[in-house]
Write a protein that binds this ligand. Structure first.
Ligand SMILES: [Zn+2]
Length: 347
């Protein structure tokens, strides 16, 4: 948001603070016992062992940290407000980059996600009048929590493009996130392999995602735009440039009757900030400058990142918004994936 302000793209006319969701709002998806456990962990900085184990808090890679209730509850408040504004036609497109916690479960944390903002927001969209909601997940990890939240609800179609073989694919030894994983018949999964490039994402968007979207004819689209499929992200082996994400966002923008774009994963703060600022530019129709003005560059140089990749940070992480494109051939496996996804429509 600082970057967008520095570029003159954000001011009081197009920005609203996210309110913190109330406990009763969170309880529309989450178990009240779990909500109280997250609050207690924030208050006390620790949890009794049985509660920690039951709710996966402070264990399984879900840390206890300052603001661990307030921050995700505020992400959810933003999503719930967005759902209301979109469904009452007060806005057609909203970007809420604090949301997108797609692994969260009703009674436990998972994959750094404490509250499942996408699930809560999609439920709110339907409460506010949406008959059908299309969920597209571009994060490098499978959107398992959202898929499972709606696996018996034919009003929601979840589509996830993610890195094959990466966590959380192996739950219970089953093939969650596999192309054959349909989760009650609604979900579509498009696992892609290392090196996934810009042309391949564009191909999947045109040949698989857009036909699914057109066929489903949703009232609203929720786009989870995690930034960990970027080539500069250390958590995946996918190799997208941010141009590919922006193009995918533009494609969805043009096809969606109402659109909420959220955030998601992203473990290189420079590439996250540059990608999501560019998403905002894409949604607003703003031109992305070739060289960043001084104030915007200063925003990026102020970010501290303790990671081996930061030691030899390339200049373009500070001086530009757009990556160089990662063009490449569309591999046969990607064409096959699009074909079998389309076949599920025709059958
Ligand atoms: Zn992720």
């Amino acid at each position: 948001m600082d970057l967008c302000r520095a570029l003159g793209w954000l001011d009081d006319s197009n920005f609203i603070d996210s309110p913190q969701a109330a406990t009763a709002d969170l309880a529309r998806f989450h178990d009240p016992l779990y909500i109280n456990a997250v609050k207690a962990a924030e208050r006390d900085g620790t949890l009794p062992d049985d509660a920690a184990q039951r709710h996966h808090i402070g264990v399984n890679g879900n840390p206890i940290f300052d603001g661990m209730f307030q921050r995700p509850a505020t992400a959810c408040g933003g999503g719930l407000l967005a759902a209301r504004l979109l469904m009452s036609n007060q806005a057609k497109i909203i970007h809420a980059p604090g949301g997108g916690q797609h692994h969260g479960r009703s009674d436990r944390a998972s994959g750094f996600c404490f509250f499942n903002e996408p699930a809560l927001t999609i439920l709110a969209m339907m409460e506010h009048g949406a008959d059908r909601v299309f969920y597209l997940d571009l994060d490098a990890h499978h959107g398992d929590g959202v898929q499972d939240a709606f696996d018996d609800d034919d009003r929601v179609l979840t589509v996830s493009i993610h890195e094959a073989g990466r966590w959380p694919m192996a739950r219970d030894g089953g093939g969650i996130g596999d192309v054959s994983d349909r989760a009650g018949g609604q979900a579509r999964n498009l696992p892609v392999s290392a090196g996934f490039n810009d042309h391949e994402l564009e191909y999947l968007m045109e040949a698989a995602v857009l036909p699914l979207l057109a066929d489903f004819a949703p009232d609203a689209v929720y786009l989870q735009a995690g930034a960990d499929a970027l080539g500069d992200d250390p958590q995946s082996k996918l190799a997208l440039s941010n141009l590919a994400i922006w193009r995918a966002v533009a494609t969805v923008r043009d096809a969606a009757p109402r659109l909420l774009v959220a955030g998601g994963g992203g473990y290189n703060p420079y590439s996250v900030g540059r990608c999501w600022a560019g998403i905002w530019a894409t949604l607003c129709g703003n031109a992305v400058p070739e060289a960043l003005p001084h104030a915007a560059e200063a925003c990026l140089r102020d970010v501290v990142w303790h990671h081996r990749l930061a030691r030899n940070a390339p200049e373009h992480w500070f001086t530009t918004l757009a990556d160089l494109p990662n063009a490449g051939p569309v591999r046969d496996e990607i064409k096959h994936l699009a074909r079998i996804t389309l076949a599920t429509l025709e059958s």
